[in-house]
Design a protein around this ligand. Structure first.
Ligand code: GTP
Ligand code: ZN
Length: 357
């Protein structure tokens, strides 16, 4: 399990930081109920109280003043007090944010230079990519994989539109670095359309919380609507409160996937194109490659494991292969890792990016 990494909450300098874990435990809220945050819209939080329990219900919450500027994001497990009935007009207060297992940040951009946490506690990042129309961008995929691994999440590549192009190249490129791949294609006209491969997608999501990301037109909505038939009605609760149209919101939204064995959630991220990589440290990314992490124990102190790192043990490992087949496999593995490592230095939308490997 990944250790908690710092996020913007930690930016404020406070005495004793690092020496003593901050605690949000407040004894006066011993009667608080637990809830899952499913959506955020202008200071109002859509929550599911007692998720998957006997009294599960939707409610609306605000942040208690004592949490200050701390952000609450979809996927957060929180403690609630006040009116947690979920009845019309009721409003509860979030008084505690549970420890986060994983945090995913969005990229910094011109309007906001901070890589803010946008989703907490997700298990996997689903990179929805069309095989054609629009052409796949491997650099964008690499960046997403790097962000997922850095966040302590798995990466799943969902390749859509297999009716238009062969998935073999991309499968060959990502399967060796631990990325699970599922392939879908639609058949038939809109109303009576079936999606081949949908069961594989559902199986890959089952029992987990997955964040979906994809460029416009790749078929993400098609997938979400097939997996969660009531998708956007289910989250209307936030909009009921604010009176704001759901499509104007660009924040992430958690949707429960029915017809699965375990509790299954997808978190859709409208408007999010890529994830923040400024925080990625090579050592942390290496953690996603167990074999390479072990080899790197022999690296000089402070080695960044890139192509031009002097005496990087990864290069020795390739050079010292017992035979040609092993050498080719090791070289491919090191190259893949270095490709992800390099991806954090560029931008996802680099126009010079080749569309194919
Ligand atoms: N040929 C083909 N077309 C598909 C497939 N899946 C989706 N499409 C079409 O691709 C277009 C884009 O699909 P959407 O699901 O709207 O894509 P999106 O990623 O949600 O895009 P935005 O709504 O713009 O964010 C639509 O015209 C779909 O009908 C597929 O497997 N094969
Ligand atoms: Zn090294």
């Amino acid at each position: 399990m990944p250790t908690r990494r710092y996020d913007e909450r930690d930016v404020r300098v406070r005495p004793g930081r690092g020496s003593r874990p901050r605690t949000k435990q407040r004894p006066e809220h011993a009667d608080a109920e637990t809830a899952l945050v499913t959506g955020v819209d202008r200071g109002r939080y859509a929550v599911l109280v007692d998720p998957d329990g006997p009294d599960e219900r939707r409610a609306i919450a605000m942040k208690a003043r004592e949490l200050g500027r701390e952000r609450v994001v979809p996927g957060d497990r929180v403690d609630l007090v006040g009116d947690t009935t979920g009845d019309d007009g009721s409003l509860s207060r979030i008084v505690r944010i549970g420890e986060r297992r994983t945090v995913l940040r969005r990229t910094a951009d011109d309007t906001d230079p901070v890589e803010r946490v946008i989703v907490a506690n997700a298990d996997q990042l689903v990179i929805v990519t069309a095989l054609a129309d629009p052409e796949p961008r491997t650099r964008m995929i690499d960046r997403c994989v790097a962000a997922a691994y850095d966040a302590g999440m798995d990466a799943l590549l969902a390749l859509t539109k297999a009716d238009l192009a062969d998935p073999a190249d991309l499968v060959g490129m990502y399967a060796p670095i631990g990325v699970r791949v599922v392939v879908t294609r639609t058949e038939g006209l809109k109303e009576s359309r079936t999606i081949h491969g949908l069961e594989d997608v559902r199986a890959a999501l089952d029992g987990r919380t997955s964040v979906l990301v994809g460029h416009s037109g790749v078929g993400k909505s098609t997938l979400v609507n097939a997996l969660v038939p009531d998708a956007y009605r289910a989250v209307g609760v936030v909009n009921d409160v604010t009176g704001r149209g759901r499509h104007t919101s660009t924040s992430a939204v958690a949707l429960r996937v029915p017809a699965t064995a375990g509790p299954t959630w997808v978190i859709d991220t409208p408007g999010v194109r890529s994830f923040g990589l400024a925080h990625v440290d090579p050592q942390h990314l290496l953690g996603a490659f167990a074999d390479l992490a072990e080899v790197s124990q022999e690296c000089p102190r402070g080695c960044t494991h890139s192509d031009d790192s002097p005496d990087c043990a990864l290069d020795d490992w390739v050079a010292d292969s017992p035979d040609d087949v092993t050498r080719a496999a090791r070289a491919a593995r090191v190259e893949s890792f270095r490709r992800l490592l390099a991806s954090r230095l560029g931008t996802a939308d680099d126009p010079r990016e080749p569309s194919r490997p």
